[in-house]
Design a protein around this ligand. Structure first.
Ligand SMILES: NC(=O)c1ccc[n+]([C@@H]2O[C@H](COP(=O)([O-])OP(=O)(O)OC[C@H]3O[C@@H](n4cnc5c(N)ncnc54)[C@H](OP(=O)(O)O)[C@@H]3O)[C@@H](O)[C@H]2O)c1
Length: 334
């Protein structure tokens, strides 16, 4: 065979291979489109009651600003009344809109129920309150572990239990949403975050099961997974981070609270179940898609196609983290 005919044969084989891959991908995409469930949905927020916990600071405050400027009726909840008043004034100053403020501790179910009864039926519930105290479990006080689980996880149960009856009877019958603020530490366990990760992983189980329980009421659950975000909470956390936590978690950089709020509201409005906030978050969401629901055929296709490759990436990442831990201990022993 001459060089020229060998070249033509190679081109024809490459074309056939390309056509087969294209047809296979198309067939896979069509199959995924047929089975993807629940179906895509739009959840309007204009003119609707958006109730945001932890709305006096950081991501919650940015969410309140954005929801108010998009024409929602906004209520915010937190413990400190002075910080709530400050938040109300800053939102009024920037949007000209008055938000309702409620002071309560999400750890107290009766207090949460009273506030939600007073606030009136909710269309979009954003459970954003959260505390994070990083420390190795061996040295962390059990009260601190309980503090995180109680506020981040049990507090969210309290909010949903209190809000759900009113949400089910909401007047406009339009699609409603329950959004849970998790964290990238709720997708992957990170050194120093045993209690925090447990509280945030817990939200995922809550969200997956809850979605099945409330879908018949046209209520849609979103789980938000932000990376480090510039907020007063992160500023405090940074002072206590064990050095190894910084080495491992510090690599992805911090987002602005406004950007995370924008991703959150967009995720809620499109009824997206898993809402990543940056590129690393997108990779994490694909890698941990598991049995979670997915409304977008395109994203489902990407999840299927990228699964194997991302597992290799995840293994490489774990190897890097364990090497950092070994190096750290070796240095300490010297
Ligand atoms: N910042 C980050 O890097 C980051 C990254 C991933 C995920 N997140 C998550 O995003 C959420 C917001 O974080 P952030 O950084 O914006 O926090 P932040 O600036 O510290 O604000 C926390 C908010 O939650 C409220 N809160 C705390 N404990 C409460 C309680 N027991 N009852 C009612 N409200 C309570 C606080 O108000 P009071 O203290 O007055 O009650 C405040 O309004 C949290 O769930 C956090 O886990 C944050």
């Amino acid at each position: 065979m001459t060089d020229v005919s060998f070249f033509y044969l190679f081109c024809i084989l490459a074309l056939i291979l390309f056509a087969l891959i294209l047809l296979g991908s198309l067939a896979l995409f069509l199959l995924i489109t047929l089975i993807v469930c629940p179906r895509p949905i739009k959840i309007p927020i204009k003119g609707r009651h958006v109730f945001i916990t932890g709305g006096s600071s950081g991501i919650g405050l940015a969410l309140a600003h954005q929801a108010a400027s998009e024409g929602a009726r906004v209520s915010i909840l937190a413990r400190n009344p002075d910080k709530l008043e400050e938040a109300r004034n800053s939102i009024r100053l920037s949007t000209g809109i008055d938000v309702a403020v409620f002071s309560a501790d999400v750890r107290e179910f009766e207090a949460v129920r009273r506030v939600i009864d007073e606030a009136g039926s909710i269309d979009i519930l954003i459970c954003n309150q959260g505390v994070f105290v990083p420390q190795e479990l061996e040295t962390q006080e059990i009260e601190t572990v309980k503090f995180m689980i109680d506020i981040n996880l049990m507090g969210t149960f309290h909010l949903i239990k209190a809000a759900l009856p009113g949400m089910r009877k909401r007047k406009d019958c339009g699609p409603a949403s329950i959004a849970l603020m998790s964290s990238q530490a709720g997708q992957v366990g990170i050194y120093g975050y045993t209690a925090y990760s447990a509280s945030k992983f817990g939200l995922r189980g809550l969200g997956e099961a809850l979605q099945q329980e409330v879908i018949a009421d046209n209520i849609h659950v979103s789980l938000i997974f932000p990376p480090d975000t510039e907020t007063p909470g992160l500023l405090e956390e940074n002072k206590k981070r064990p050095p190894l936590t910084s080495i491992i978690a510090g690599s992805s950089g911090a987002m602005k609270a406004n950007e995370v709020a924008k991703k959150t509201l967009n995720g809620i409005k499109s009824g997206t179940f898993i809402v990543p906030c940056n590129f690393v978050g997108l990779l994490l969401s694909i890698a941990t898609a598991g049995l979670s629901s997915q409304r977008s055929s395109l994203m489902a296709f990407v999840e299927v196609a990228a699964a194997g490759l991302l597992r290799i990436f995840a293994l490489g990442n774990q190897s890097k983290w364990y090497k950092s831990i070994a190096k750290w201990h070796a240095k300490k022993e010297q």
